[in-house]
Ligand binder design. Structure first.
Ligand code: FES
Ligand code: FES
Length: 175
């Protein structure tokens, strides 16, 4: 938690999280990461560095990829937030989640929610990326386990699957 609280009172802040309107009472400078994890129980976003360097806390905010450890919750008021918990459709995993499972893109799992959201962001803007474009798109997200190869393969596989079944609408890589 940040210490910028002394002169601020808690306020009710409304935001839309994974398609649902939510209200929280929080200090304006509380980090979005803490509000998601501690107030809303969405623990998918992880704290790694806490300084905007590792991407393990990545979420989508109005379609942009942000490090939630750097976003004061007041800045997220009224925004649409997507966390890893919002990707699966009921029992059906998101195409990227399936690909990460099948290609070994997740090991300890700390970086995985942020990696997958970075990949969602990438594929939303670039449906058929090259391996270098995937590497660039995920460059803000660090992994200490996989050596990145399986992660790059996972994203490439999800993109290939989407392009091969796009007409059927069975696979979803957008959020
Ligand atoms: S915990 Fe947010 S970027 Fe590392
Ligand atoms: S899977 Fe462990 S940090 Fe990436």
């Amino acid at each position: 938690m940040t210490d910028f609280r002394a002169s601020h009172a808690k306020a009710e802040i409304s935001l839309n999280v994974n398609g649902e309107p939510r209200k929280v009472r929080a200090y304006p400078m509380d980090r979005l990461l803490d509000v998601l994890r501690l107030e809303l129980g969405l623990t998918g976003a992880k704290e790694g560095c806490g300084e905007g360097e590792c991407g393990s806390c990545s979420v989508l905010m109005d379609g942009a990829l942000v490090n939630s450890c750097l976003v004061p919750v007041l800045q997220a008021a009224g925004a649409n937030i997507v966390t890893i918990e919002g990707l699966a459709g009921g029992e059906s995993l998101h195409a990227l989640q399936e690909a990460f499972l099948e290609c070994g893109g997740a090991q300890c799992g700390i970086c995985t929610p942020g990696m997958i959201l970075a990949a969602v962001h990438l594929l939303n803007g670039m449906p058929d990326p090259t391996i270098d474009e995937i590497r660039e798109g995920l460059s803000g997200n660090l992994c200490r386990c996989t050596g990145y190869t399986q992660i790059l393969e996972s994203v490439g596989e999800a993109a290939r699957r989407r392009s091969s079944v796009q007409q059927t609408g069975r696979l979803k890589t957008t959020a």
